[in-house]
Design a protein around this ligand. Structure first.
Ligand code: URA
Length: 224
Protein backbone atom coordinates (compact mmCIF):
# COMPACT_ATOMS: atom_id res chain seq x y z
CA UNK A 1 0.00 0.00 0.00
CA UNK A 2 1.51 3.36 -0.92
CA UNK A 3 2.01 6.06 1.70
CA UNK A 4 -0.78 8.32 0.44
CA UNK A 5 -3.30 5.48 0.54
CA UNK A 6 -2.11 4.42 4.01
CA UNK A 7 -2.58 7.97 5.29
CA UNK A 8 -6.04 8.11 3.74
CA UNK A 9 -7.03 4.89 5.52
CA UNK A 10 -5.66 6.10 8.84
CA UNK A 11 -7.47 9.41 8.44
CA UNK A 12 -10.73 7.61 7.58
CA UNK A 13 -10.33 5.59 10.78
CA UNK A 14 -9.91 8.82 12.70
CA UNK A 15 -6.25 8.19 13.56
CA UNK A 16 -4.08 11.29 13.65
CA UNK A 17 -0.84 11.05 11.75
CA UNK A 18 2.01 13.30 12.82
CA UNK A 19 4.55 14.23 10.21
CA UNK A 20 8.07 15.17 11.43
CA UNK A 21 8.87 18.78 10.50
CA UNK A 22 11.89 17.88 8.33
CA UNK A 23 9.65 15.73 6.12
CA UNK A 24 7.35 18.63 5.55
CA UNK A 25 9.89 21.27 4.60
CA UNK A 26 8.06 22.01 1.40
CA UNK A 27 4.85 22.85 3.28
CA UNK A 28 5.82 24.28 6.66
CA UNK A 29 2.77 26.55 6.87
CA UNK A 30 0.34 23.70 6.29
CA UNK A 31 1.84 21.58 9.05
CA UNK A 32 1.92 24.46 11.52
CA UNK A 33 -1.68 25.31 10.71
CA UNK A 34 -2.63 21.69 11.35
CA UNK A 35 -0.82 21.66 14.68
CA UNK A 36 -2.49 24.89 15.77
CA UNK A 37 -5.92 23.60 14.85
CA UNK A 38 -5.22 20.34 16.66
CA UNK A 39 -4.05 22.13 19.81
CA UNK A 40 -7.01 24.53 19.70
CA UNK A 41 -9.48 21.73 19.44
CA UNK A 42 -7.78 19.77 22.26
CA UNK A 43 -8.08 22.87 24.40
CA UNK A 44 -11.72 23.34 23.43
CA UNK A 45 -12.51 19.75 24.47
CA UNK A 46 -10.66 20.23 27.77
CA UNK A 47 -12.48 23.50 28.47
CA UNK A 48 -15.85 21.97 27.65
CA UNK A 49 -15.23 18.93 29.83
CA UNK A 50 -14.31 21.21 32.71
CA UNK A 51 -17.44 23.31 32.25
CA UNK A 52 -19.56 20.16 32.31
CA UNK A 53 -17.86 18.87 35.46
CA UNK A 54 -18.69 22.14 37.26
CA UNK A 55 -22.24 22.50 35.93
CA UNK A 56 -25.00 23.46 38.36
CA UNK A 57 -27.62 24.42 35.76
CA UNK A 58 -30.25 21.96 36.97
CA UNK A 59 -31.10 19.98 40.10
CA UNK A 60 -29.40 16.81 38.88
CA UNK A 61 -26.11 18.26 40.14
CA UNK A 62 -27.37 17.65 43.67
CA UNK A 63 -27.81 13.91 43.27
CA UNK A 64 -25.03 12.97 40.82
CA UNK A 65 -21.86 11.22 41.94
CA UNK A 66 -20.07 12.88 39.02
CA UNK A 67 -20.81 14.19 35.55
CA UNK A 68 -20.53 11.81 32.59
CA UNK A 69 -19.04 13.83 29.75
CA UNK A 70 -18.60 11.39 26.89
CA UNK A 71 -15.95 9.02 25.69
CA UNK A 72 -14.24 7.88 22.54
CA UNK A 73 -12.36 9.05 19.53
CA UNK A 74 -12.53 12.82 19.15
CA UNK A 75 -12.02 12.44 15.42
CA UNK A 76 -14.72 9.81 15.02
CA UNK A 77 -17.11 9.77 12.10
CA UNK A 78 -19.80 8.13 14.24
CA UNK A 79 -21.45 9.86 17.20
CA UNK A 80 -23.78 7.83 19.39
CA UNK A 81 -26.12 9.76 21.65
CA UNK A 82 -27.90 7.99 24.48
CA UNK A 83 -30.40 9.25 27.00
CA UNK A 84 -28.62 9.77 30.32
CA UNK A 85 -26.17 8.04 32.64
CA UNK A 86 -27.51 5.15 34.71
CA UNK A 87 -26.12 3.94 38.01
CA UNK A 88 -22.93 2.36 36.64
CA UNK A 89 -22.22 5.35 34.44
CA UNK A 90 -22.73 7.75 37.36
CA UNK A 91 -20.28 5.73 39.45
CA UNK A 92 -17.65 5.27 36.74
CA UNK A 93 -17.98 8.61 34.93
CA UNK A 94 -18.28 6.99 31.49
CA UNK A 95 -21.37 6.49 29.28
CA UNK A 96 -22.71 3.03 28.49
CA UNK A 97 -20.50 0.97 30.79
CA UNK A 98 -23.21 -1.15 32.42
CA UNK A 99 -25.04 -4.07 30.87
CA UNK A 100 -26.53 -1.82 28.19
CA UNK A 101 -23.01 -0.66 27.42
CA UNK A 102 -21.73 -4.18 26.85
CA UNK A 103 -24.63 -4.76 24.50
CA UNK A 104 -23.94 -1.50 22.75
CA UNK A 105 -20.35 -2.66 22.16
CA UNK A 106 -21.71 -5.84 20.61
CA UNK A 107 -24.12 -3.86 18.43
CA UNK A 108 -21.18 -1.78 17.20
CA UNK A 109 -19.08 -4.84 16.52
CA UNK A 110 -21.94 -6.24 14.45
CA UNK A 111 -21.31 -3.45 11.95
CA UNK A 112 -17.53 -3.69 12.19
CA UNK A 113 -16.94 -0.84 14.63
CA UNK A 114 -15.00 -0.89 17.89
CA UNK A 115 -16.05 1.27 20.79
CA UNK A 116 -12.69 3.08 20.46
CA UNK A 117 -13.52 4.15 16.90
CA UNK A 118 -16.70 6.04 17.75
CA UNK A 119 -17.65 8.80 20.15
CA UNK A 120 -20.34 8.08 22.74
CA UNK A 121 -22.23 10.72 24.69
CA UNK A 122 -25.56 11.15 26.39
CA UNK A 123 -28.12 13.91 26.10
CA UNK A 124 -27.86 14.44 29.85
CA UNK A 125 -24.49 14.51 31.56
CA UNK A 126 -25.93 13.68 35.00
CA UNK A 127 -27.93 10.70 36.19
CA UNK A 128 -31.62 11.30 36.86
CA UNK A 129 -32.50 9.81 40.26
CA UNK A 130 -33.69 6.19 40.00
CA UNK A 131 -33.13 6.39 36.23
CA UNK A 132 -36.37 8.29 35.69
CA UNK A 133 -36.95 9.88 32.28
CA UNK A 134 -35.16 13.19 31.73
CA UNK A 135 -37.33 16.27 32.27
CA UNK A 136 -37.69 18.96 29.63
CA UNK A 137 -35.84 21.55 31.74
CA UNK A 138 -32.93 19.14 32.27
CA UNK A 139 -32.67 18.44 28.55
CA UNK A 140 -32.75 22.17 27.84
CA UNK A 141 -30.08 22.89 30.47
CA UNK A 142 -27.74 20.25 29.06
CA UNK A 143 -28.38 20.79 25.35
CA UNK A 144 -25.67 23.42 24.91
CA UNK A 145 -23.01 20.94 26.01
CA UNK A 146 -24.17 18.35 23.49
CA UNK A 147 -24.28 20.98 20.74
CA UNK A 148 -20.68 21.91 21.51
CA UNK A 149 -19.62 18.27 21.45
CA UNK A 150 -21.25 17.90 18.02
CA UNK A 151 -19.57 21.07 16.77
CA UNK A 152 -16.13 19.90 17.94
CA UNK A 153 -16.54 16.37 16.64
CA UNK A 154 -18.26 17.15 13.32
CA UNK A 155 -19.41 13.54 12.91
CA UNK A 156 -20.52 12.16 9.56
CA UNK A 157 -23.44 10.31 11.15
CA UNK A 158 -25.31 10.47 14.44
CA UNK A 159 -27.06 7.48 16.01
CA UNK A 160 -29.81 8.38 18.45
CA UNK A 161 -29.84 5.44 20.82
CA UNK A 162 -33.35 4.68 22.06
CA UNK A 163 -36.71 6.43 22.02
CA UNK A 164 -36.03 9.14 24.60
CA UNK A 165 -32.84 10.34 22.93
CA UNK A 166 -34.50 10.23 19.51
CA UNK A 167 -37.64 12.13 20.55
CA UNK A 168 -35.67 14.84 22.33
CA UNK A 169 -33.04 15.28 19.63
CA UNK A 170 -35.65 15.40 16.88
CA UNK A 171 -38.16 17.37 18.97
CA UNK A 172 -40.99 15.00 18.25
CA UNK A 173 -43.38 12.76 20.15
CA UNK A 174 -43.54 10.15 17.38
CA UNK A 175 -43.04 6.57 18.58
CA UNK A 176 -39.78 4.76 17.95
CA UNK A 177 -41.52 2.54 15.41
CA UNK A 178 -42.10 5.64 13.25
CA UNK A 179 -38.69 7.15 13.80
CA UNK A 180 -36.52 4.14 12.99
CA UNK A 181 -35.74 3.16 9.40
CA UNK A 182 -35.71 6.78 8.19
CA UNK A 183 -32.86 9.18 7.63
CA UNK A 184 -33.32 12.29 9.79
CA UNK A 185 -31.06 15.34 10.03
CA UNK A 186 -29.65 17.11 13.06
CA UNK A 187 -28.11 20.44 12.08
CA UNK A 188 -27.36 19.07 8.64
CA UNK A 189 -25.84 15.81 9.89
CA UNK A 190 -27.60 12.54 8.98
CA UNK A 191 -29.23 11.02 12.06
CA UNK A 192 -30.51 7.48 12.36
CA UNK A 193 -32.60 6.21 15.25
CA UNK A 194 -31.64 2.81 16.65
CA UNK A 195 -33.19 0.66 19.35
CA UNK A 196 -31.70 1.00 22.79
CA UNK A 197 -29.36 -1.94 23.48
CA UNK A 198 -31.62 -3.04 26.34
CA UNK A 199 -33.99 -4.15 23.56
CA UNK A 200 -31.49 -6.77 22.53
CA UNK A 201 -32.17 -8.54 25.80
CA UNK A 202 -35.87 -8.86 25.29
CA UNK A 203 -36.63 -11.16 22.40
CA UNK A 204 -35.49 -12.44 19.06
CA UNK A 205 -37.88 -10.08 17.28
CA UNK A 206 -36.31 -7.10 19.01
CA UNK A 207 -32.85 -8.39 18.20
CA UNK A 208 -33.79 -8.59 14.55
CA UNK A 209 -35.05 -4.99 14.67
CA UNK A 210 -31.86 -3.75 16.31
CA UNK A 211 -29.88 -5.51 13.59
CA UNK A 212 -32.02 -3.83 10.89
CA UNK A 213 -31.46 -0.43 12.52
CA UNK A 214 -27.70 -0.89 12.41
CA UNK A 215 -27.68 -2.12 8.84
CA UNK A 216 -29.74 0.89 7.88
CA UNK A 217 -27.33 3.23 9.69
CA UNK A 218 -24.39 1.61 7.91
CA UNK A 219 -26.09 2.02 4.54
CA UNK A 220 -26.64 5.75 5.25
CA UNK A 221 -23.02 6.14 6.40
CA UNK A 222 -21.78 4.60 3.18
CA UNK A 223 -23.56 7.31 1.19
CA UNK A 224 -22.09 10.28 3.10
N1 URA B 1 -28.43 4.20 28.79
C1 URA B 1 -28.16 5.37 28.20
O1 URA B 1 -28.96 5.91 27.44
N2 URA B 1 -26.96 5.93 28.44
C2 URA B 1 -26.04 5.37 29.22
O2 URA B 1 -24.96 5.93 29.38
C3 URA B 1 -26.35 4.13 29.83
C4 URA B 1 -27.55 3.56 29.59
Amino acid sequence: MDEATRLQYLQAMGIDVWVPRHQADSEPMAIEAHETTHTDSQQAWTDLQQQVSQCHSCDLCQTRTQTVFGVGNRHANWLLIGEAPGQNEDLQGEPFVGKAGQLLNEMLRAIGLDREQVYIANMLKCRPPNNRDPQADEVAACNGFLQQQIALLQPKIILAVGRIAAQNLLKTQQPLSRLRGTQHQLDGIPLVVVHHPAYLLRSLTEKAKAWEDLQFALSIYQTV
